[in-house]
Design a protein around this ligand. Structure first.
Ligand code: RB5
Length: 143
């Protein structure tokens, strides 16, 4: 499985913890889309970069980080076939995959600590889309 990860300057520290965590998982390749600089930058750049990799099936899933997770997730959702969700607890993360087949997870580095973020990621990665009645609904999201 390939995971694309992207963040603005506020997400650098949390990304480091996430990269360390993902390293421990077998059969998982990470594509780091930056930023890796603390210089102030703009979250839409990285939100769209990751979203395009996922939409073009270069990556299977994406993880995005900014201060709240909101801006970078909004940017990703502008790309067709992207269903990005910002989560600050694991229940929504799990259900967002099972019911909404989310393909990008957004996290707020100013909202969640790293341990909680890793728990959210693990729940999200382990969850499987249930299909069935949910398939029709996610198809209806595309305009
Ligand atoms: C940057 O200060 C901040 O606005 C950004 O990281 C994010 O929280 C936007 O949604």
């Amino acid at each position: 499985m390939k995971i694309a990860i992207g963040n603005d300057h506020v997400g650098i520290e949390l990304k480091a913890a996430i990269l360390n965590h993902l390293k421990t998982k077998p059969n998982l390749e990470v594509i780091d889309c930056g930023t890796n600089s603390l210089e102030r930058t703009d979250y839409p750049i990285y939100g769209k970069k990751v979203a395009k990799l996922v939409a073009n099936q270069v990556a299977d899933l994406g993880i995005l980080i900014c201060g709240t997770g909101v801006g970078i997730t909004l940017a990703a959702n502008k790309v067709p076939n992207i269903r990005a969700v910002v989560c600050s607890e694991p229940y929504t993360a799990k259900l967002s995959k099972e019911h909404n087949n989310t393909n990008i997870l957004g996290l707020g580095s100013r909202v969640v600590g790293s341990n909680l973020a890793l728990m959210i990621i693990d729940e999200w990665l382990a969850a499987k889309f249930e299909g069935g009645r949910h398939k029709k609904r996610i198809d209806m999201l595309e305009v």
